[in-house]
Design a protein around this ligand. Structure first.
Ligand code: F0G
Length: 485
């Protein structure tokens, strides 16, 4: 039963109210700032290289870190262990069909595995993939067989402060221009990413998806949907697109999927475990990926997942249709974003899915982009708070053929808000420490690489500060907060 989570308060406050209760908890550590400095130094100023031993709130990602529901946990106990023909897979396939409306489904061990298979199957050297925006693993997997990406977002997409509700839209004129320039034969598909991750979890509208579909039909192009954050995109359509104000999330989800030919997703964002899937109603498309799933992932009824994960994913998918579930993370994000904005801290507006995105260039105008302001802000915020965010800027980019950094469009510190994990007082703590850091932003300096991997360097790369700014920040923290943690 879908319940609308609109709850009005007597005194008019806007407080996101939890429609769940906590039944299993995990103890957290808030270690002193001196230990945090040692931890971030040892981790090469890269938050991926921190241990949760030193982390208070882990806002690195919502991937594999959402809280599971009692029903998800219960489902894991009735999993059906079998290499082939597992009933757990039947339940997952049925859940996918119920949510996405698609009949043919192949499980994979996570989202990038779906990308690996789809782009191996469909992309050849010289191909071009138009999309609203790339995700790191998507770009890497399209470039592996020799393809390139073309991002055809609208003029609003990269603006930090905006009231435009659908920054994830594709610019239709640019899409037509690209097809004219390259020819449809060079375009294996048009890719739409739900709640576009790297530009701040920003959704596209149903109206835009319909227009993209129309162009695809005119040129017989395949429309590919990255549905990893589709639930939140559906929620934003309901919130922001007048036509859908009274439509159920379930029907919006089906409406989106009915417009697409081929869909894949990482279920790490849905069910908190491993997993993902490729799904379609087109037998011809399914046949192209099926054998590769067996080759790289495992048999078609487990695809690299455990049956327990498959069960939790099936239940998690069904729960995505419930507005009380899907609204929780975006409403906490909205609360945090609006609080920071009211204090003058530059954040991406409007608030999107997945997390709060702080604009590091606006926060640290004195740190040149070549010294990785988003990386520096991520390290400084960990130092100030014990909260781990993720750099989403030039550290997450690549170098060109001449060895120069390809500067990112946006320098963001992402503070992910996994579903149903944090309390509002923890969100208040994040806002408090971010406000302190903003007041002391002039103390923060840049970073430079000390060790730099060639592929997806942001995961394992190590950096060092360009001056002893972390020690200065620590001294100021002690001065302002005394012996506080
Ligand atoms: N597509 C999108 C839109 C994603 O956000 C992710 C992962 C993937 C594909 C890859 O999926 O991790 O299961 O292999 N996003 C995570 C994040 C990693 O932190 O934003 P995966």
């Amino acid at each position: 039963m879908e319940q609308s989570p609109v709850i009005k308060f007597f005194r008019g406050e806007q407080i996101p109210l939890e429609l769940h209760k906590v039944r299993v908890v995990q103890k957290l550590n808030l270690v002193p700032i001196e230990e945090r400095l040692k931890a971030i130094q040892d981790g090469g100023y890269n938050t991926f290289l921190l241990s949760t031993r030193h982390i208070y709130l882990d806002m690195l990602t919502d991937s594999g870190t959402n809280a599971m529901s009692d029903r998800q946990v219960a489902s894991m106990l009735v999993a059906d262990d079998a290499y082939a023909g597992s009933q757990s897979f039947d339940r997952m396939r049925d859940a996918v069909e119920q949510v996405f409306g698609t009949k043919f489904t192949a499980p994979v061990h996570q989202g990038r595995a779906a990308e690996h298979i789809i782009f191996q199957a469909f992309v050849k050297a010289g191909d071009v993939v138009p999309m609203n925006y790339h995700f790191t693993t998507t770009k890497a997997h399209i470039e592996l067989p020799g393809g390139t990406i073309e991002e055809i977002f609208t003029d609003e997409a990269l603006k930090i402060r905006s009231s435009f509700p659908f920054k994830g839209n594709i610019d239709i004129a640019k899409l037509r221009g690209l097809i004219k320039k390259h020819g449809a034969a060079k375009i294996p598909f048009v890719r739409m990413e739900a709640s576009t991750n790297l530009i701040g979890g920003q959704p596209f509208s149903m109206a835009n998806l319909r227009e993209v579909r129309k162009v695809c039909d005119e040129h017989k192009l395949i429309l590919l949907l990255d549905a990893s954050l589709i639930g939140e995109n559906a929620y934003f359509i309901k919130q922001r697109e007048p036509e859908f104000r009274t439509t159920s999330i379930k029907d919006i989800l089906r409406g989106m999927c009915d417009l697409c030919d081929l869909i894949y997703f990482s279920s790490r964002k849905v069910s908190s475990t491993r997993g993902g899937a490729i799904t379609t109603n087109r037998q011809d498309l399914f046949d192209k990926v099926r054998d590769l799933v067996i080759l790289f992932e495992g048999f078609l009824t487990y695809g690299g997942m455990s049956v327990r994960e498959i069960e939790a994913m099936a239940v998690g998918l069904i729960e995505t249709q419930d507005e009380t579930v899907i609204s929780q993370s975006p409403s906490f994000i909205k609360y945090l974003v609006e609080k920071l904005d009211a204090r003058g801290i530059p954040v991406i507006l409007p608030g999107g899915a997945l997390g709060c995105h702080v604009d590091a260039r606006g926060f640290l105008p004195h740190v040149p982009q070549a010294e990785y302001p988003a990386g520096a802000l991520a390290a400084a915020f960990f130092l100030a708070s014990g909260v781990r965010g993720m750099e989403r800027g030039t550290v997450s980019s690549v170098r060109d053929a001449n060895g120069n950094d390809v500067l990112a469009d946006l320098e963001l510190l992402r503070l992910a808000v996994p579903r149903r994990v944090f309390t509002l007082s923890q969100i208040e703590y994040v806002a408090d420490r971010m406000t302190w850091l903003y007041e002391n932003r002039s103390l923060i300096g840049g970073l430079k690489f000390a060790q730099e991997p060639k592929v997806l360097r942001f995961f394992l790369g190590k950096l060092v500060p360009t001056s002893p700014w972390p020690e200065k920040l620590l001294a100021k923290f002690r001065k302002d907060f005394g012996d506080s943690l």
